[in-house]
Design a binder for this molecule. Structure first.
Ligand SMILES: Nc1nc2c(c(=O)[nH]1)N[C@H]1C(S)=C(S)[C@@H](COP(=O)(O)O)O[C@H]1N2
Ligand SMILES: [Mo]
Length: 221
């Protein structure tokens, strides 16, 4: 039997409770994942297309295997509880930027709204620049996974993916789709832009999952 969204959510919560509050401190000890070096300023890295979308014109479609498909506008985004999270950002090209302060809406809020159907196991992000990236649904349940609308206290600039980007600090940065346009919940994995070119589906920087081959099928089940 596939796990339902609520079962997945509870499993994550149990995992986090069992780790306790020490997890961030523990990570700080071995803070830099293997093969990475730190940079002071957050580099801008993307396909080179920076779509200018006014907040008033911005919409986010959320569909696929969900109980309730939604199209969010800026007012709907602002109506969700807002949160801030400080995390480290690791790009597969080996730079890491510590202490990025992202603000926005926790992915959990969106998941609670749309309610992924039983059998929804994967997610595909589609962006306004044509970029796509795939990940496991469970990645969105991790702490710090956000629909980000601000960075270091400022509204998210276009070059960093504004008006809204995905932000999943536990995974290499290419999973954090900028200029987010659509989220699809899927039963089967659909490959994104870099994944079609051989990059990892699971992309855990601590396991150095840069390219396909290192992943375990049925990841995190
Ligand atoms: N829409 C979109 N999102 C994207 C990309 C892209 O090309 N297009 N590049 C990814 C890569 S490879 C990285 S390292 C991060 C970089 O985010 P930053 O430019 O805010 O540092 O965005 C990711 N998200
Ligand atoms: Mo990247």
């Amino acid at each position: 039997m596939p796990k339902s969204y609520l079962e997945r959510k509870e499993a994550w919560a149990a995992k986090m409770r069992s780790r306790g509050e020490g997890s961030r401190a523990e990570r700080a000890e071995g803070r830099l994942p293997p093969g990475q070096h730190t940079v002071e300023k957050l580099p801008v890295l993307d396909l080179g297309i920076h779509p200018e979308i006014a907040r008033d014109d911005w919409r986010l479609e959320v569909g696929g295997l969900v109980e309730e498909e939604v199209e969010l506008d800026w007012a709907a985004m602002s109506a969700f509880p807002q949160t801030e999270d400080v995390s480290d950002f690791h790009c597969v090209t080996t730079w890491s930027r510590y202490d990025c302060r992202w603000g926005g809406v926790a992915f959990g809020e969106l998941l609670d709204r749309v309610r992924p159907a039983d059998g929804a196991r994967f997610v595909l992000f589609t962006s306004f620049d044509g970029y796509t990236t795939n990940l496991a649904l469970d990645a969105l349940l991790a702490p710090g996974a956000l629909l980000a609308t601000s960075l270091d206290g400022e509204p998210l600039p276009v070059r960093y993916g504004g008006p809204v980007r995905a932000l999943i600090p536990q995974l290499y940065a290419w999973k954090s789709a900028k200029f987010l346009k659509r989220i699809d919940f899927l039963a089967e994995q659909e490959l994104g832009y870099w994944e079609k070119r051989g990059y990892s589906d699971t992309a855990d920087p601590w396991l150095e999952e840069r390219f396909r081959g290192a992943e375990v099928p049925g990841w995190r089940d």
